[in-house]
Ligand binder design. Sequence first.
Ligand SMILES: C[S@@+](CC[C@H](N)C(=O)[O-])C[C@H]1O[C@@H](n2cnc3c(N)ncnc32)[C@H](O)[C@@H]1O
Length: 422
Amino acid sequence: MMVSWSWRAPARRLAAPSFFPPRRLLTTDVQTSILPVMETNSPRYAPGRVRDAILQVLSLSSKPLSVKEIEDRVCQAIGPTPTSSVRSYLRLNTPDLFVRETRGLYQVKQLEIPGIEAPAALPPAWRPAVAIGRARLFHADCFDWLEEQGENSIHAVLTDPPYGLHEYTAEQQEKMRNGKGGVWRIPPSFDGHARAPLPRFTTLTPDQLDELQSFFSVWARLLLPRLVPGAHVVVASNPLVSYLVAGSLANAGLERRGEIIRLVMTLRGGDRPKAAHEEFREVSVMARSMWEPWLVFRKPIEGRVQDNLRKWKTGGFRRPSADRPFGDVIRSAPTRKDERAIAPHPSLKPQAFLRQVVRAVLPLGEGVVLDPFAGAGSTLAAAEFAGYESIGVEKDARYFDMACEAIPKLVRLKRASDTQGL
Ligand SMILES: C[S@@+](CC[C@H](N)C(=O)[O-])C[C@H]1O[C@@H](n2cnc3c(N)ncnc32)[C@H](O)[C@@H]1O
């Protein structure tokens, strides 16, 4: 059953810039990466670093922020920061970098950069939240949504975030939907089967890699207080960028607990050199990819695992059966056609795989699983199949609507792995 109710969502949504301004456009002190700053405990930062952090938190927000909100997010990003520093950097850099609106809310000034998408003027208002069985789905930006959540309210995260970051901007989504490519590689269809588009990770520039690292650092810092101790965070990744994501999550205070290897032919790599494939018939530029890493992190536990399990219901993995532990290599296939027909999202993950992982992330089968980048709702459908409570957040209205329709249908699908005791 689908029920809607209202959530205290921002009344209107101003588009945030979908990029961190490229280094070349920033003055010297803004060029400093945000990450080394995060590792120091000193509240006295070099000039410009607080400004970097302000720029970052405003860039990642989907709405203008008040001074108080900026202060809180800057503290989450780089540690304790004097209020006076935040206020004076805002003052000093307005109007060059920041715009102050009449209600005292700030946002980043739009820089006109050739080739980079200018945000749309006023995207539509957020849809009301929806309940589908035990799942709740929010149409929101997860950075803003996370900030409104209470402490210790999430027991596990299973998510598949955006990677190029700009692959989910309106411009790139439009290109993909029109079959024009952009950052999306549209594989040729052969043997009568159309292949799903793949974002190109090999084309990420150093600026985009910096942006990626900052994105996950701020995300993890917003997430951490909302997790109960011992909560597992499982993040779909890609061998080319997983080291950056893992570094950001570890720096934010999450404990690295290995990786789950999804064995799958991804259609990445294996190609001969472009425009010289006849000349170099024996060469593949990259190894043909046959696996996908899902990073495993955990919020540090309180006391021993058994103490944490008793108090918070988290800290370990649920076994598929009493005599078999949950394993970290899972044979998988590309998402099946019937699932893609129900939920035509370009990154739809398969139920057979997700059902195994989602079941495992709540060791006692109790608690709430969050997918902050919910897409078409595949994680929520898998959680519902397991009988778990779940929450999804999706910022794209089309995918939010798709998820509302798709979740109940995905839950009803029978998969061979359901009965194989996996
Ligand atoms: C890789 S896809 C996830 C697909 C999902 N695993 C599925 O099977 O449908 C990432 C999703 O995150 C959404 N997204 C990107 N940034 C977001 C944000 N800040 N808050 C919420 N959703 C976001 C994108 O619109 C996209 O649908």
